[in-house]
Design a protein around this ligand. Structure first.
Ligand SMILES: [Zn+2]
Length: 293
């Protein structure tokens, strides 16, 4: 099954809803970065949320970036997504191993710890939108719920899950984001809260064979669910040699001169897809002339 996002509304548009299956793209992230199981779950949850939040962007060229700076052993996670649900991500410490948490699950909260979540939306304006909140549990879904409530003032419910196979590949991944519009009535809010309280975990629902449409049906079927569209989602890195060159030029003359002083070609690895770009001494000399001192 390919990854996709379902976009929907319910209760006469008092609720807007997103649900997603993301197994293939989380598996791709795991394969590219050789992620450990707990980091696959941590980055996988952030990638899943990132793809759904990317699909909320209005402009074709808009870009959403989420960064977590944290004191847990993973130290940092970053995800970038666009409006077409192309998503990519990276983890500072991709191979962290931890024992299961008290519930016998992958200890994402333990790997992340406490820290800051930053959400950056580049919508082609002079300054990007930046929202920052404290991590609440490090489990990602709760942290995003808190982010939406405090930074965007949109009451939301976020569910994210990644389930691993015994061979440490990804068995299931997916999630949902439900958001209450400002005119939502108490009756709708209460009915939704009751549903959320009694529902099974995202991974259990997906592992029972449910599609994202069926996941939304479980949550919002009694509230007049209307599915609007589905969009494919994928792990995609848009790096290219020119972009890497620009990144090297941007670090400045002094650092490029230091590379030149070594007299050896330089290898630069893309942090999102692990593709390697090689630069010869002559390339560096050319970049030196373009760099600022
Ligand atoms: Zn790349």
């Amino acid at each position: 099954m390919k990854d996709y996002i379902v976009r929907a509304t319910a209760a006469n548009a008092q609720i807007r809803a997103f649900a997603m299956t993301s197994r293939a793209l989380v598996e791709e992230a795991r394969r590219v970065h050789e992620l450990s199981p707990v980091i696959t779950a941590a980055l996988g949850r952030l990638l899943t949320a990132g793809a759904m939040m990317g699909s909320m962007l209005k402009g074709e060229k808009d870009v959403l970036t989420m960064q977590i700076h944290c004191d847990g052993p993973v130290r940092g996670l970053a995800v970038t997504a666009d409006a077409k649900a192309n998503v990519k991500g990276t983890a500072l410490a991709p191979q962290v191993m931890l024992p299961p948490n008290g519930l016998g699950k992958l200890d994402v909260g333990g790997a992340v710890g406490s820290g800051i979540l930053s959400v950056i939306k580049d919508m082609g304006l002079k300054e990007p939108y930046v929202g920052q909140t404290q991590l609440q549990t490090g489990e990602i879904a709760e942290d995003l719920t808190y982010y939406f409530a405090t930074s965007e003032q949109v009451p939301s419910a976020v569910g994210l899950g990644v389930l691993m196979e015994k061979d440490n590949t990804v068995r299931q991944a997916g999630g949902f984001i439900l958001q209450l519009m400002p005119f939502a009535e108490d009756e709708t809010i209460n009915a939704l809260e009751e549903k959320l309280r009694t529902m099974d975990s995202v991974t259990n629902i997906l592992d029972a064979g449910s599609t994202p449409e069926q996941l939304l049906e479980l949550l919002l079927g009694d509230l007049g669910l209307e599915i609007n569209d589905t969009i494919p989602a994928q792990y995609h890195c848009d790096c290219c040699r020119e972009r890497v060159e620009r990144a090297i030029i941007s670090i400045g003359k002094k650092d490029i001169q230091e590379m030149l002083d070594d007299g050896k070609p330089v290898e630069v690895r893309c942090q999102f897809c692990d593709k390697i770009y090689n630069f010869e001494v002559e390339d560096l000399e050319k970049m030196l002339t373009e760099a600022r001192s």
